[in-house]
Design a protein around this ligand. Structure first.
Ligand code: PLP
Length: 377
């Protein structure tokens, strides 16, 4: 099996897997219990909080554990806007942001969705136009899950805060955490969503960073865990495994980045050598290494996905969360791409465990499919 769908989810790292097994097996106490086993579980949760905080330049008390990126986004958007009338986001967000914003609109909030330019970038001028002096909750993702385009979060957040110091800037950093250097303070981020399974950690655990003095009402009421803001017994093993995954990815970030970049380069060199016609959707110079949204002239993206599947090669069309849908990608549509280009596009996402041989297999499979479809010998 060859896995090129690392934007959908990732293989767990050894650091994450051994942490998950160790804590699940030996430290299954409830962190709220007051005897030794409970206290040890509490210490694991707090140690994980400190590790994660260090990785993104936050203070430990600003990290709140959740069950996934979707929950973090819902929390930030729905309760973050309870006392805010104006909510601004973009048309290229994940549905974990778009759908809560839709709900807010139905509840009578003023919602504004900003379109990207043709490269998938949210222009500063477009945000300037959408924003006014009124307090607003603004949510712009750091890295897009379909195209890999990286937004200029420091500049966007600075505009938000300079228009109204009480406005809040949230970023869905689910694709970026563990892959790009992040410093929440210098980037002017008030709230940030992350999910462990996107950075070689386990599924079913994530976190929300919330700046200390940013008031956020509770998301889940119950036993009062997470300072009373997100009740529910903590997923101790998952939380520790997430912390180990993040620490491991950050420690090895430069090496991993260089490896992924080299594989991406090899992919394009091979396509060019084979004279395979393609266009990359987005702007390569503003894109994260590893996510390639690519249209192959004359080929059908879904057909290619199915053929690659028969070779046991996993790629996707659009985002995994939408893979059951036959609708065209809302991200590519927002970028103004025509239907033919969208229909011939696939997403290849390279991860730390991919190899040169796998890139060669992928190019060979594309070449083979193209020969059959286009009748080239
Ligand atoms: N936001 C982005 C940008 C994503 O790519 C995803 C998952 O694909 C999510 C949010 C949802 O994260 P989770 O699967 O942890 O709920």
């Amino acid at each position: 099996m060859i896995y090129f769908d690392n934007a959908a989810t990732t293989e767990m790292s050894e650091a994450a897997l051994s942490a998950l097994i160790e804590v699940s097996k030996n430290q299954y106490g409830n962190p709220s219990s007051i005897y030794g086993m409970g206290r040890r579980a509490r210490e694991i949760v707090e140690e994980s909080r400190r590790t994660i905080a260090t990785c993104i330049g936050a203070d430990p008390e600003e990290i709140f554990f959740t069950s996934c990126g979707t929950e973090s986004d819902n929390w930030a958007i729905k309760t973050g806007s309870i006392s805010i009338q104006r909510v601004i986001t973009t048309t290229i967000e994940h549905h974990a942001v778009l759908n809560p914003v839709k709900e807010l609109e139905a509840l009578g909030k003023t919602t504004i969705l900003i379109d990207p330019n043709k490269d998938g970038i949210i222009e500063i001028a477009a945000l300037q136009e959408a924003i006014d002096r009124e307090i607003a909750l603004v949510s712009v993702m750091l890295q897009n899950n379909e195209t890999g385009m990286i937004q200029d979060v420091p500049q966007l957040s600075s505009i938000v805060h300079s228009n109204n110091a009480r406005s809040l800037f949230h970023t869905d950093a689910v694709q970026a955490v563990g892959h790009l250097p992040i410093d929440v303070k210098s980037m002017g981020i008030d709230m940030l969503s992350a999910s462990a399974h996107k950075f070689n950690g386990p599924k079913g655990v994530g976190f929300l960073y919330k700046r200390k003095d940013c008031l956020l009402p509770p998301f889940l009421d119950g036993g009062g865990q997470e300072k009373g803001l997100r009740s529910g017994t903590e997923n101790v093993a998952g939380i520790y495994s997430m912390a180990m995954a993040l620490e491991d990815n950050i420690k090895n970030q430069q090496t991993i980045h260089a490896h992924i970049e080299a594989l991406e380069k090899r992919f394009f060199i091979s396509l060019n050598r084979e004279n395979i016609r393609y266009r990359v959707n987005g702007n390569s110079s503003k894109k994260a290494a590893g996510i390639i949204n690519i249209a192959f002239a004359g080929l059908d993206g879904e057909g290619l996905l199915n053929v690659l599947d028969t070779h046991d090669i996993c790629i996707s069309v659009g985002s995994a969360c939408n893979s059951k849908s036959t609708e065209r990608s809302h991200v590519l549509l927002a970028m103004g791409l025509d239907n033919t280009t969208i229909d011939s596009s696939i997403r290849i996402s390279i991860g730390r465990y991919n190899t040169e041989e796998e890139i060669d297999c992928l190019v060979n499979a594309v070449k083979h499919y193209r020969q059959i479809v286009l009748g080239i010998s």
